[in-house]
Design a protein around this ligand. Structure first.
Ligand SMILES: [Zn+2]
Length: 343
């Protein structure tokens, strides 16, 4: 039976804010929350409050030295004293712990079978935060903290993370570079901040072959992205058999988001969600948890997040049809993925 999807939202996510303009600001979430509290969503999604991630949860990803550094840089007079775009105000670390804890709240409910699909509408985002360094608006790595929690608390040994934010998820990659218990796949625009995520970065040691980077060219859009994810993830999922799929869901690859040059439409975010639901139905009892990363045009962010939610409102359907894309196939022609997985 289809269960209503779980959403985490909370006004306290607005408390991480500065008077100066920053692309990463509370307005990103405000309208979305209003939309989700009204028709046609009212009563069709289950809303949950986040809890604060514990020190143990955060320390499974971030060094105590880093956390100490963050505390020292909380500075009301100069919020950018840590880094030029990653600001720290009085409430920032509390909000970041709440963002990570919101993801854990949904992870618990998915494992308990209360919900199949979850979407943590949290901020600040997390995928750039490395074990010992925050950057790119990110303080704590929400998706990495969630994966570590699922390993530690539930003993999961095969977790798939798909990161479709337009930027490479360098922080998440750094956390899981040496393990085969988390398979990290990032699709992102090439030659863009943080300038990592080349195909040759495939993991090391036990993690060799469990990092998959798919950098795409400027002007790539729905057709190319869908071809790549369908071909690569569709096959990898069948061979890896993940126990859950976590999604670093960034909406900054949208054609109306000026931070990137990729051309994803609003509808693409619906179709990719349908595809991920299909994969999860095949291998992991429908368990999918979306975690909000980037997306800096509030209008396209709102429409695209709602496109994702629209998909989550319905049970898994047929596998979406995906057309062949020659431009995208070229990316795979000499890609190291073939050394590790059969496509
Ligand atoms: Zn991004």
């Amino acid at each position: 039976m289809h269960k209503r999807p779980g959403i985490v939202s909370d006004q306290r996510f607005f408390d991480h804010a500065i008077p100066q303009h920053s692309l990463e600001n509370p307005a990103r979430l405000r309208r979305l929350y209003t939309r989700l509290a009204a028709e046609p969503y009212l009563g069709r999604v289950q809303c949950f409050r986040p809890r604060e991630a514990s020190a143990e949860d955060i320390e499974a990803v971030h060094s105590s030295f880093y956390q100490e550094q963050l505390r020292e840089h909380v500075n009301v007079q100069d919020p950018f004293s840590y880094d030029r775009d990653t600001y720290l105000m009085e409430q920032s670390l509390y909000t970041a712990a709440l963002a990570a804890g919101g993801c854990l709240e949904l992870a618990d409910r998915i494992v308990a079978g209360e919900i199949d699909y979850g979407f943590a509408l949290v901020r600040p985002p997390g995928h750039h935060a490395e074990p010992g360094r925050g950057m790119g608006f990110c303080l704590y790595n929400n998706v990495a903290i969630t994966a570590q929690y699922l390993r530690r608390v539930y003993g999961m040994q095969r977790i798939l993370i798909l990161d479709f934010d337009v930027h490479h998820g360098n922080g998440t990659q750094a956390v899981f570079n040496e393990t085969d218990q988390v398979l990290f796949c990032s699709i992102h625009q090439e030659k863009l901040f943080p300038f990592t995520g080349k195909p040759q970065e495939v993991g090391i040691g036990k993690g060799y072959g469990y990092t998959l980077n798919l950098p795409v060219h400027q002007q790539f859009g729905d057709a190319e992205y869908l071809f790549l994810l369908n071909r690569v993830l569709g096959n990898v999922v069948e061979q890896y058999l993940p126990q859950i799929i976590l999604v670093s869901a960034g909406y900054d690859g949208h054609e109306d988001d000026s931070i990137s040059r990729t051309l994803l439409s609003t509808h693409w975010f619906f179709v990719v969600t349908e595809l991920l639901k299909f994969f999860a139905h095949e291998v992991c009892d429908d368990r999918v948890l979306f975690i909000l990363e980037g997306g800096y045009n509030p209008v396209s962010l709102e429409a695209s997040v709602l496109a994702t939610v629209d998909s989550l409102l319905t049970p898994c359907g047929k596998r979406p049809g995906v057309a062949y894309s020659q431009r995208a196939a070229k990316i795979l022609a000499h890609h190291p993925v073939h050394q590790f997985w059969t496509l």
